[in-house]
Design a protein around this ligand. Structure first.
Ligand code: PPS
Length: 285
């Protein structure tokens, strides 16, 4: 496999969770499904929903990353070519997760895209627990080792701005035929209807018996009880302490944690960046 090493800036800068070479060289297939989300907006839940629907119900998979890889994630010890060859070897329909913006996502004119969005206030609080619940080893060698307080994480989250970038870049594509946008809050309220919409969007066939199995394996209860499948990184190492990551899965958890001023800062920035229709759709208008 020959890969492009001259990069168009559209693919973004390299960082520990973003490899622009993988994006620039990824060969998208028309039946690929890409899950796009801002961090903490229901990514892993959607990865598991799609894996379960594709397999007809599979409680045995080793890790979610092994069945639904994170597209742009650099893999320790593997070259770009080796990662891309692994992607090529996956049988169709392939499913990937990405936190990329629309502009950075390969194959947007061809693939099926499912967006999961979530209230930014809950994403911020979930992100705080994400950092705090990392194992000591992972935290010590990661770039979050100096971050200790809720306020530290709040500032980091606001400054990093991934939620805003993600939502702002995908919103103009809300009505694209190959995009289905689901809100985490609606999935919590009525997962059956959301799963029906996913099946109809992808034209996948799922029998009533398979659907029963899928319903069980995508429940918060099952995912919490089988959390080891969701907390392993690509090396198979647990990234989070027991009880972390598949944590509470609630809507409105931010009310326990955010100060009034912090909440206002999150909402003000959303109002600066997103249009009124988008804010209304997200329940922030
Ligand atoms: S990441 O790190 O970006 O991949 O995180 P992400 O998977 O997007 O978000 C993690 C939050 O999703 C919750 N979660 C669920 N909620 C409801 N039902 C199910 N089945 C489910 N699975 C995961 C998880 O608990 C995290 O939210 P918080 O609020 O921290 O509990």
């Amino acid at each position: 496999m020959t890969i492009t090493t001259v990069l168009d800036p559209r693919w973004g800068e390299s960082d520990p969770t973003h490899d622009p070479y993988l994006l620039a060289n990824f060969k998208a297939r028309p039946d690929d499904v890409l899950i796009t989300t801002a961090p903490k907006a229901g990514t892993t839940w959607m990865q598991n929903i799609l894996h379960q629907l594709r397999s007809g119900g599979d409680p045995e998979f080793y890790s979610i990353d092994s069945v639904v890889p994170w597209l742009e994630l650099p893999r320790d010890g593997l070259s770009h070519t080796e990662v891309l060859e692994r992607y090529s070897a996956i049988q169709s329909p392939r499913i990937f997760k990405t936190h990329c913006t629309y502009e950075q996502t390969p194959g947007t004119d061809r693939v099926n895209i499912i967006m999961s969005s979530r209230d930014p206030r809950d994403c911020m609080v979930s992100f705080y627990h994400h950092i705090m619940d990392m194992t000591d080893e992972v935290r010590a060698r990661g770039h979050f080792s100096q971050i200790e307080t809720f306020d530290d994480v709040f500032h980091l989250w606001m400054e990093f701005g991934a939620w805003y970038r993600n939502v702002a870049s995908w919103w103009p594509h809300f009505n694209d035929d190959n995009l289905l946008w689901l809100r985490y809050e609606d999935m919590k309220h009525d997962i059956d209807t959301c799963v029906d919409r996913i099946i109809a969007f992808l034209h996948w066939e799922v029998s009533p018996t398979q659907r029963l199995a899928v319903n069980e394996y995508i429940s918060f209860h099952w995912m919490k009880a089988n959390a080891d499948k969701f907390v392993r990184n690509s090396m198979g190492e647990p990234v989070f302490k027991p009880g972390g990551f598949i944590r509470k899965g609630n809507v409105g958890d931010y009310k326990q944690k955010l100060s009034g001023t912090q909440e206002q800062q999150i909402l003000e920035k959303a109002k600066e960046i997103l249009n009124a229709e988008c804010l209304r759709y997200l329940g922030l208008g």
